[in-house]
Design a binder for this molecule. Structure first.
Ligand SMILES: Cc1cc2nc3c(=O)[nH]c(=O)nc-3n(C[C@H](O)[C@H](O)[C@H](O)COP(=O)(O)OP(=O)(O)OC[C@H]3O[C@@H](n4cnc5c(N)ncnc54)[C@H](O)[C@@H]3O)c2cc1C
Length: 384
């Protein structure tokens, strides 16, 4: 680590590493990425790593579509010598209420406009895709074969190693503890390994991003929410796609290794709690075994907890602090940052290097989300 860099990126998850890669790909050389533990120590290494293009808002769907295109050849794109284990077995989204089904019809229209190959299914047709699905209460479903999942550790390493080859320095076990400013502009970052002079900070610290932004007086309405997941013993291939429900709040997929990874999404109090709970194990198993009774036969081998960085409208925040020039935060992914990271990184790198981008983030701004809070106008808020 040198004494100074043009840019310091905070956070060694998929967001920080992909932005480091895209910036260095555009010729920005003098970049340091600092991570307080190891790469993927945060949400990225704890996520389900599902990738879906089946969104209801056009901007979200197009960001997810373009991200999928990049993930389809990420190894070549970043020069990574290992597979990121992308498996495009599809996502089956199950509707259990008429309201949900009606929304799915509208979503399909949006997706088809963008060329996303999703289809609407009757309950019987859902069964053709997942023969083990319990059809009780199922009103219909949608399916997109190009959706799937990848290995989040390899995906992050692909970006990180590519960035390092392009000249980025990565310092792990180095925590950012404060900032130095002059005339409302960033001048240095204080870390547990010393002070690093810099002209720009990109804060990709996920659920810790708001407290880092607060150190320069910026107020980001993102909070941390615990979400848990578990993995079963490996068994023979049973289900090729991700199965997911919004109204019953579950997702489940079988990994290439044969184990099932799954989670549910009960609303929890804001916290940085990383502990697993018995309540999750019980609720998760009840919900999942109702949806897919074949899972009753499987043994759970491990469960873990991670954090969602929740934003008010559940969509990403890209923000330049109005209290401190050149202090950017990229957070608020609300549980789907892995699947949109490739395109968000391009968007951010294009913006910072003055290159044109088909998405104008300044136009997506939505101000005054909470009484008394006015965010700066470099902000991406997509309505659902
Ligand atoms: C259980 C679970 C399931 C999920 N499933 C999916 C899914 O299927 N699909 C999907 O797209 N997304 C999913 N997500 C969400 C996804 O994991 C996140 O949106 C994404 O990984 C965010 O990446 P990130 O780089 O912003 O954050 P992180 O990976 O958390 O990286 C931030 C890093 O910042 C570091 N850091 C924090 N403070 C400091 C500091 N002061 N100094 C230095 N470093 C610091 C942390 O150690 C951390 O490594 C899931 C999340 C969870 C928890």
């Amino acid at each position: 680590m040198k004494k100074g860099y043009d840019i310091v990126i905070i956070g060694g998850g998929i967001i920080g590493c992909s932005i480091a890669f895209e910036l260095s790909k555009r010729g920005v050389k003098d970049i340091l990425l600092v991570e307080k533990r190891f790469l993927t120590a945060g949400a990225t290494g704890r996520c389900g790593a599902g990738i879906r293009q089946q969104w209801g808002a056009e901007l979200n769907a197009s960001i997810a579509l373009e991200s999928t295109h990049i993930l389809e050849h990420l190894e070549e794109y970043t020069g990574y010598d290992h597979s990121i284990e992308l498996h495009q077995g599809g996502y089956l989204l199950v509707a259990y209420t008429d309201k949900e089904w009606a929304q799915f019809q509208k979503n399909l229209e949006v997706q088809h406009k963008l060329g996303i190959e999703s289809v609407g299914l009757t309950p019987r047709e859902c069964l053709d895709i997942v023969p083990y699905l319990n059809l009780d209460g199922v009103v219909g479903g949608t399916f997109c074969q190009k959706d799937g999942h990848a290995n989040p550790f390899h995906s992050t390493q692909a970006y990180a190693k590519g960035a390092m080859r392009q000249g980025v320095d990565i310092e792990t076990f180095c925590e950012v503890t404060g900032f130095r400013t002059s005339n409302r502009a960033i001048t240095a970052v204080e870390t547990t390994k010393g002070i690093v002079e810099t002209k720009m900070v990109i804060n990709c610290a996920n659920t810790r991003a708001p407290e880092l932004a607060a150190m320069v007086g910026d107020d980001i309405p993102v909070y941390s929410e615990r979400h848990q997941a578990l993995v079963t013993e490996p068994v023979e291939p049973l289900i090729d796609c991700m199965v997911m429900s919004f109204s019953r709040s579950y997702y489940v997929q079988q990994t290439p290794h044969g184990s099932f990874v799954m989670g549910i999404g009960p609303k929890e109090e804001p916290s940085h709690n990383f502990h697993s709970s018995w309540q999750f194990l019980e609720q998760n198993c009840a919900i999942m075994c109702e949806a897919l009774p074949i899972l009753r036969k499987l043994n759970v081998v491990r469960q873990w907890a991670g954090q969602y960085d929740m934003s008010p409208d559940r969509h990403p925040v890209i923000d330049e602090a109005d209290t401190c020039k050149n202090f950017y935060s990229v957070c608020g992914f609300s549980g789907h940052g892995f699947m949109v990271a490739p395109r968000i990184a391009i968007l951010m790198a294009n913006y910072l290097t003055g290159q044109k981008d088909s998405i104008d983030i300044t136009k997506s701004a939505k101000k005054d989300l909470r009484p008394g809070i006015s965010l700066s106008n470099l902000l991406l808020y997509n309505c659902i």
